[in-house]
Design a protein around this ligand. Sequence first.
Ligand SMILES: *Cc1c(COP(=O)(O)O)cnc(C)c1O
Length: 421
Amino acid sequence: MEKWLQEAKRKDGVDVLGHFRDEFYIGDGVYYMDGNSLGLMSKRAERSLLDVMDDWKNHGIDGWVKGERPWFYMSEAIGEKMAQLVGAGAHEVLATNSTTNNIHQTVRTLYEPTGERYRIMADDLNFPSDIYALQSVLDDYGYSDGMVKVSSEDGHLLDTERIINMMDESIAIMLLPSVLYRSGQVLEMQKITEASHDKGIIVGFDLCHSIGALPHQLKEWGVDFAVWCTYKHLSGGPGSVAGLYVHERHHHKSVSLKGWFGNNKETQFDMAHDFDRAADISQYQVGTPHIFSMAPLYGALGMFGEAGIGNVREKSLGLTDFMIAMIEDVLAGYDIDIVTPKAYESRGGHILIGHEKAAGINAALKSKGVIPDFRAPGYVRIAPVALYNSFEDVYHAVMILKEIMDDRLYDKFDNRRGVVA
Ligand SMILES: *Cc1c(COP(=O)(O)O)cnc(C)c1O
């Protein structure tokens, strides 16, 4: 064990992102590994929220155009910061609404069903909300049976060739995750995009589990649209406003869900009844933006800008490498199954492990300060996050897991999930 601790300390000693840890609120004795569900709060995020509250205090209504961060332009300003993380132009990225709302908005806007081409393609492993949104679009258009879902052979991973083989001229639009929320597999976004365009299909990705964990080149790959939440790896806070990208080639199309914040800013306050849509991504907004749920992103995104998403990815892979190697060594023979692919190009920012007592293991870990999350029926997701987790955190998390397995501490807890798991 000693060698692993030495190795962790050595890696922490040369970690170029190590200093960011002090910028986060981390409880004593807590090994927080749930940044892929809700990222920790940083001092910078707190500061930027307080600053925006001060603007309200000091400027009242004039806060819309006054202060350092005028609210009227905040959705675009934060979009511009996120554009670097997804590899798109500033005019193609926006902070608005929630991920689910943004799926409704983008899919409804870009979906153009015809008699032969009307199906929507998704997959069997995606997050339920994405599927509900897609199905509701189909229902509204009278194509309730129009969903095509790529299945998974093992229940964890999706095969690129299988995805590509399912594409045909009956499919109008498709939405897939960039990183699967359970297994952590990264899909081959560029290859999938090229294949879908060969078949005339509009393609979008849900980046909820990759934004802030790995770089993207959406524009270069030609991706039509993407959505993501900002409270996971980006640490924007609970319910922080989501992100949206639509390739500029689609900006000429009028959005489906129209609202006054999607209007051209110059004429918005003319209060005319004719919608004068904004020329760029801005038109994808609907109503008044949730300013306090966006404000923490100023601080949080500032750290990503300084750290560089390339460095974040490198450290993230280092952390999961270390965790996998330690589990394979220290926990060999404990029936712990590592589900997440090991190849770098297929591994996202978290690790999924399987065990029949997973719910009990998850509860036991939490009782000892290690915070992962449980996914039914028998899995635990663990996300060591580059900006605030150290290699030593990973060492302690794995050692605590070993103690739980050795002493069968999982048997002291119910082997079922809590209300929020
Ligand atoms: C977290 C997550 C969501 C959440 O959507 P909200 O609208 O923010 O509640 C949706 N889809 C995926 C794939 C997610 O991981």
